[in-house]
Design a protein around this ligand. Structure first.
Ligand code: ADP
Ligand code: MG
Length: 597
């Protein structure tokens, strides 16, 4: 015991998948016409939820547009098939493409909104389309909708409603699920997990979260459109119902009840919720109440959905055997450059929050290979200064130059890629990813991999393998090689701090900005950290290090800067700054000798 058991239950889903597929097939074959029809509708909703899982599950964005994409797909099929007489091989791809195009158009303005406004805006999209569908009678048939949507004809075969259509829908589900699995397992899936679980870490890892959300919304729209198209064929009539709220509510409930991260969650959620009203039918007028109560119980009892709860059980009894760490692949980071002038220059930087001035007209310059220590009392603006430099907050005034290039106001991920990498006062890591992958995804972002879905292609697999190998090199440099396969969330504090530095180094930075890297470390860990920082500076990088342990700082820093009440009050060699009466009064309080214990 002790060692995780290596069994199919630990490794993967082959058997549950085979059993589930066989169960569905058996049920469909034995069902009567009504049962088959329910399974057809269930399969269509699986498609809808599979897409919704990409934006709502993987990226954690509460979009309420999925119902609208479904409705557009249904109308597109009905209009193109009945009015233009197009065949299925054209109407289906168009019904997938049109919602994608719409999603791409609305994504640009809408994805900028904060989460609750985003939810409202996406809900509004459906309402606008609904009004359009009701009023543009010549195109949509108004309130009556469009009847006579023909059966599917494909490759010379006629797919009538009934068993043929049920099988067709579930084959489509299988293909769509395979695609969703590919989307989730590679760089996109890992980067999405960082965006969802640790948004600050995403920017610091060079991940363009906006681009990921954009891609996710467009993909979710494609799945929604495909589901709507099949729905039009299954029902034969498309009316404004397909754009109304119940579709969206059903989709959201299915994702919540089944599980929003796993493909099996879409299947379980959709099949269950389509059948639940049937099972409660004997309750007659209490059926709706029972349905609602069952939903509530499911969501409260299993916040990660039924599949999420089963997974947790499985992990408890059959823990996944930890994967062997890959072999390290060395790489040569970009050279720090030899151009004259400061590596990092900050000119007159100011930032206020409402009435509170956090940083007031601060100017600093840092040379290649220099370690600049930043000290000051709590609340003096140290963190805000680093946030303004690294694009986490937009400065009110002033400019930031990196090797002479003005990078003021660029978003955090762009600053990270441009060459200023950072750590946080409280480490920001994706706890559900391995230590290795926290670094490898940053490496992938840096290597210019277009963190857009690559559908898990062989090319992407190679890129990810390379990024992992290079990440191993960095982990080894920070004495983390032994914990590469452990989840970041399981690591002790000191290792988490070093892991943030490894992630920063993955971006091949010119400047490293560290926010209290020694906080919470024991003396031995501090010594290791000091040696690591000196080594990094020795390679020509500039280091900006916030630290309260003045002794630690004076041991490694070339100069110190002291902030007090948002202003720079001293800058110079450590011994001078520490002896400066203003610094003593504001920060050290006691004579330096005592403070440097
Ligand atoms: P330090 O890192 O030196 O302890 P901070 O930069 O965190 O200081 O904070 C400087 C000042 O700015 C404090 O008064 C703090 O309350 C304020 N502040 C920092 N971030 C925010 C924010 N996001 N919103 C409002 N006030 C903030
Ligand atoms: Mg701080």
């Amino acid at each position: 015991m002790g060692e995780p058991r290596d069994s199919w239950l630990a490794r993967g889903i082959t058997l549950p998948l085979a059993l589930g597929a066989a169960g569905i097939a058996l049920h469909v074959l034995r069902a009567d016409a009504y049962g088959q029809r329910l399974m057809t509708i269930a399969g269509i909703f699986v498609l809808l939820v599979l897409g919704y899982q990409i934006i709502f599950g993987r990226l954690g964005v509460l979009s309420l547009a999925q119902g609208a994409f479904f409705g557009i797909g249904a109308y597109a099929t009905a209009i193109l098939a009945t009015r233009a007489g197009l065949p299925f091989v054209l109407t289906f791809p168009l019904s997938v493409a049109i919602p994608c195009i719409l999603a791409a158009i609305v994504a640009v303005p809408v994805l900028r909104l904060e989460s609750h406004y985003f939810a409202l805006a996406t809900l509004g999209l459906g309402q606008v389309l609904l009004i359009g569908a009701v009023n543009w009678e010549s195109l949509t048939g108004g309130g009556n909708g469009i009847a006579g949507v023909p059966d599917i004809q494909i490759l010379g075969r006629h797919i009538p409603r009934g068993l043929d259509l049920t099988v067709f829908v579930w084959v489509t589900v299988a293909l769509a699920a395979a695609a969703a699995w590919q989307i989730g397992r590679g760089i996109f899936g890992h980067a999405a997990e960082i965006v969802r679980e640790a948004p600050l870490a995403a920017g610091a890892a060079g991940i363009d979260a906006g681009r990921l959300r954009f891609a996710a919304l467009v993909m979710s729209a494609g799945y929604g459109g495909g589901a709507g198209a099949l729905y039009a064929h299954a029902i034969g009539v498309v009316s404004p119902d397909v754009l109304e709220l119940p579709i969206m509510i059903a989709c959201l409930s299915m994702a919540m009840v089944g599980g929003r991260l796993r493909i099996a969650g879409a299947v379980v959620g959709a099949v269950l919720l389509i059948h639940l009203p049937e099972w409660f039918r004997f309750l007659e007028r209490y059926a709706l109440f029972a349905y609602g109560a069952a939903l509530l119980v499911a969501i409260l009892a299993a916040p990660d959905g039924i599949v999420g709860a089963l997974e947790r059980l499985r992990r408890r009894y059959f823990p996944e055997p930890s994967r062997a760490a890959p072999a390290a692949i060395p790489f040569t980071p970009r050279p720090a450059g030899k151009a004259t002038g400061p590596l990092l220059a900050i000119r007159g930087l100011s930032k206020s929050f409402g009435g509170v001035t956090a940083v007031d007209n601060v100017s600093l310059a840092m040379q290649r290979g220099e370690i600049l220590g930043l000290i000051g009392p709590n609340g003096s603006g140290k963190t805000t200064l680093i946030n303004a430099i690294t694009g986490l907050v937009l400065p009110d005034r002033g400019r930031v130059y990196l090797a002479g290039r003005d990078i003021t106001g660029r978003p955090a991920f762009a600053v990270a890629r441009a060459g200023i990498a950072r750590s946080f006062q409280t480490p920001q890591l994706a706890d559900g990813l391995s230590a290795l992958d926290n670094v490898a995804v940053a490496r992938a972002a840096m290597a210019g991999m277009r963190l857009a879905p690559n559908l898990g292609t062989i090319g992407e697999d190679k890129m990810l393998a390379r990024a992992r190998g290079e990440a191993m090199t960095l982990l080894a440099e920070l004495s983390l090689a032994g914990v590469a396969a452990r989840l970041a969330g399981d690591l002790p504090h000191g290792a988490r701090r070093r892991l943030e530095i490894a992630r920063a180094m993955a971006l091949e930075p010119l400047v490293l900005a560290l926010d209290e890297p020694a906080a919470g470390l024991d003396p031995a860990e501090r010594e290791v950290l000091g040696a690591i920082l000196l080594g990094v500076a020795g390679r020509g990088l500039g280091l900006l290090v916030i630290e309260h342990d003045v002794k630690f700082l004076t041991g490694i820093a070339h100069r110190l800067a002291c902030l007090d009440a948002s202003r720079l009050i001293a800058l110079g060699p450590p011994a001078e700054v520490v002896a400066n009466p203003k610094v003593v009064a504001a920060y050290l309080g006691t004579p330096p000798a005592e403070n440097m214990r």
